[in-house]
Ligand binder design. Structure first.
Ligand SMILES: Cc1ncc(COP(=O)(O)O)c(C=O)c1O
Length: 389
């Protein structure tokens, strides 16, 4: 069977030299990024400050829409931010934690930076309730649902868990949250570009993420979707002149909020980052997330099959419908194996309690999966068997 997605391989130079399976961390760079950044330099060099008016000011909206299209977000509903942690802060700044409804329900499977942010909000009055995992792979949905009650203000959760690749039941969580008057902040960093996200079908209130992983867009561009009917009612306190209705009036005194998406922004934007983001977004759109997902399921299934054959521990859901794009495998000497894989140009990473994480994307081949695991076999054959950990 031919794999049509492999026609995009030539767009990613690093694939010629390495087995690149770390798209959960940093997606491969599309070669179009070089031209895109050059066009940024040309504009800056030739148009100078006029570039803001001619192109750069509106770029936030354009790139926001290019991301939005991938998650069925209406045009103008996605603002760009520096990182996901800051997105949480912008959301938090829209709310008051001094009243009775001040509970924040989240799970210990959230990305730590998100956790650090919410824990720090205790001093601002937030009652943070952390729902814990038993198995390091998932938090039972019922346990999360139980914790969401009439006092809950916000539920910041990951769509796909970074540690185990577990896919949460977003619809059930949103349904419960809305039933009791709470709002859901969905972190789609580990899903968008690899696992389908439909913010309207999910009926989620906020969605965040960044482009540097599965969207192959480099660092410095993150996104914040806000449900349009909610967005106009919110007034973020982390704000700045980009969020002002008439920024070029340079008016003195409190802000008058603009419409979304600028309403959720602050100060001067990351124009080179936006240029770096565009080629990857275009490729992902052309490739199609549904097709990427189908292929991803086959690749992760193959990884699990190969790990099982060798008796290695798999720290990822067995059910493909609950599994994102990463399979963490805890083989013997996993840390050392990872270091040696990197030396041999099989690019993966290692996380304590998870093992070596393999994150193939649409540009990888099935042969590369086999090759990566064969390389692990070779490495292990040269190592002494470790004592039980
Ligand atoms: C699910 C998830 N959320 C958030 C982050 C990081 O967010 P930030 O953009 O703040 O670095 C990561 C990984 O880096 C992640 O995997």
């Amino acid at each position: 069977m031919t794999d049509d997605l492999l026609r995009f391989r030539a767009e990613f130079p690093i694939l010629q030299r390495t087995v690149y399976m770390i798209s959960n961390s940093l997606g491969a760079m599309p070669r179009g990024v070089a031209d895109s950044l050059l066009s940024y330099c040309d504009t800056w060099a030739t148009r100078g400050v006029r570039a803001w008016e001619e192109k750069w000011w509106e770029m936030s909206r354009e790139v926001g829409d290019a991301i939005g299209v991938l998650m069925n977000a209406p045009s103008g509903s996605v603002s760009l931010q520096l990182n996901v942690t800051l997105c949480q802060a912008v959301v938090a700044s829209c709310f008051d934690f001094s009243g009775r409804r001040n509970k924040v329900v989240y799970s210990d499977m959230n990305f730590p930076s998100v956790m650090y942010f919410w824990e720090a909000q205790r001093e601002r009055g937030a009652r943070v309730h952390m729902v814990k995992t038993d198995d390091g792979i998932h938090v039972p949905t019922e346990r999360l649902l139980e914790a969401i009650d009439e006092d809950t203000l916000l539920v910041p959760i990951s769509h796909v868990v970074f540690r185990s690749s577990f896919i949460k039941d977003v619809k059930a969580i949103v349904e419960k949250a809305h039933r009791v008057g709470a709002l859901v902040v969905l972190d789609t960093f580990q899903s968008l570009g690899n696992v389908p996200v439909d913010v309207q079908a999910f009926n989620v209130d906020f969605a965040t993420g960044g482009v540097l992983k599965w969207l192959c867009g480099g660092s410095g561009t993150s996104y914040l979707y806000v449900r349009p009917d909610l967005a106009r009612k919110l007034e973020p306190k982390i704000t700045g002149w980009f969020a002002h209705e008439h920024p070029f009036d340079f008016a003195v005194g409190p802000t008058r909020y603009s419409e979304p998406p600028y309403r959720f922004m602050q100060g001067t934007t990351n124009i080179p980052g936006y240029h770096a983001a565009l080629p990857g977004l275009k490729i992902i759109r052309e490739a199609g997330v549904d097709r990427i997902r189908e292929k991803s399921k086959k690749m992760t299934a193959r990884l699990i099959e190969l790990a099982d054959q060798r008796g290695w521990k798999v720290n990822a859901p067995r059910n493909p419908e609950q599994r994102g794009g990463t399979v963490a495998i805890d083989m013997p000497n996993a840390y050392e194996v990872c270091q040696e894989l990197l030396r041999r140009d099989v690019v993966v990473d290692f996380r304590p309690k998870a093992g070596v994480r393999f994150s193939p994307h649409f540009y990888n081949t099935m042969e590369e999966i086999d090759q990566a695991i064969k390389t692990v076999d070779e490495i292990l054959s040269t190592m002494p068997v470790p004592a039980e950990r």
